[in-house]
Design a protein around this ligand. Structure first.
Ligand code: PGA
Length: 242
C-alpha cells in the first residue's frame, strides 16, 4: 500500500490524474475502472485539461464503471452514466461503444449483473481501478457486510450512504434510489492497479479504520490493504489521523 499526501484537493486531483495518465500512456488500450462521486471530479477535470492540450489520447481506452443506481435510466441527471458523460466522456475522445456502466434501467438484477461481469471478463479484467471511499468504508456500493461479495450484484444502500448522497437529490433522502448494481469486491481486488482518492475531514476517521485497522467486510475498503498495487492519494484533511 502506498499513501501519497497531497496538499489540497487540487494537488490530489493532479496527482491522481498523473497516475491515470501514466497508465494510458504506458498501455494506450488499457481498461480503466472508473468511479463517480465528488472525490474524482477534479481528477476528471485534470484529465480533460491534458486531453485538450494534446497530452492524452483515449481513443483506444475502454472503461468500466463501478456502479449504477437500480431504477434510474441513463438519461436521469443523477444516473452514474450521466455523471460520467458530463464529467469525462463528452470531453475526451473515448469511443462511445468503449464505455460501460451497469444497466440500472434493467429491472432484472440477476441478468444485469451477469451481463456486467461478462463484459469485464471479456475485456480481460481491469488495468487500473479508480475508487472513492464512503463514510462507512464502502467501495463502489459494496456496503459493510458479513462477507466480501465477489462479482457484480444488487445491493440495498445503507442509511449512511443514502444520507451522504441526498445532496445530489435536492437534499431529499426519499428521492435517492434504495438499490444499486455494483461491481463486487472480488472484481475490484482483481484490478491490476487500484487508485483511491479521498479528501476532506469527513474521510479522516474511515481512512484510519480502513487502512490501519483490521481487514474486515465490516469496512469493505480494508481489504485493499492486501492488494499488491494499491495507492491512496489523500489531502491533508483526509490523512490527518494517520
Ligand atoms: P464521494 O463518494 O466521493 O462523493 O465522497 C465516495 C463514495 O461514496 O464512494
Amino acid at each position: 500500500m502506498k499513501i501519497i499526501r497531497a496538499k489540497d484537493y487540487n494537488d490530489l486531483s493532479r496527482k491522481a490524474a498523473n497516475i491515470i495518465s501514466a497508465q494510458v500512456i504506458l498501455k494506450p488500450n488499457c481498461v480503466l475502472g472508473l468511479a463517480t462521486g465528488g472525490s474524482p471530479v477534479g481528477t476528471y477535470a485534470q484529465l480533460v485539461d491534458w486531453y485538450n492540450k494534446g497530452d492524452l489520447d483515449f481513443s483506444e481506452v475502454t472503461t468500466v464503471n463501478l456502479d449504477e443506481y437500480r431504477g434510474l435510466p441513463r438519461t436521469h441527471d443523477q444516473s452514474y452514466w450521466y455523471f460520467m458523460q458530463k464529467n469525462l466522456f463528452e470531453h475526451v475522445n473515448v469511443r462511445p461503444d468503449a464505455v460501460h456502466v451497469p444497466d440500472g434501467s434493467n429491472p432484472d438484477a440477476e441478468a444485469a449483473c451477469k451481463a456486467y461481469d461478462q463484459i469485464i471478463h471479456d475485456l480481460g479484467g481491469i488495468d487500473l481501478q479508480l475508487l472513492g471511499i464512503g463514510p462507512d468504508g464502502h467501495i463502489g456500493f459494496n456496503e459493510p457486510a458479513d462477507h466480501f461479495p465477489l462479482g457484480t450484484h444488487c445491493v440495498d444502500l445503507t442509511e449512511s450512504t443514502i444520507e451522504a448522497n441526498k445532496r445530489f437529490f435536492g437534499g431529499n433522502a426519499d428521492l435517492v434510489p434504495k438499490q444499486a448494481y455494483t461491481m463486487g469486491v472480488g472484481t475490484i481486488m482483481q484490478a491490476r492497479k487500484v487508485l483511491m482518492v479521498a479528501n476532506g475531514k469527513g474521510k479522516a476517521e474511515i481512512i484510519k479504520q480502513a487502512f490501519f485497522g483490521p481487514v474486515t467486510p465490516e469496512v469493505p475498503a480494508s481489504i485493499l490493504q492486501m492488494h499488491p498495487d494499491f495507492t491512496l492519494v489523500g489531502d491533508e484533511e483526509a490523512l490527518s489521523l494517520i
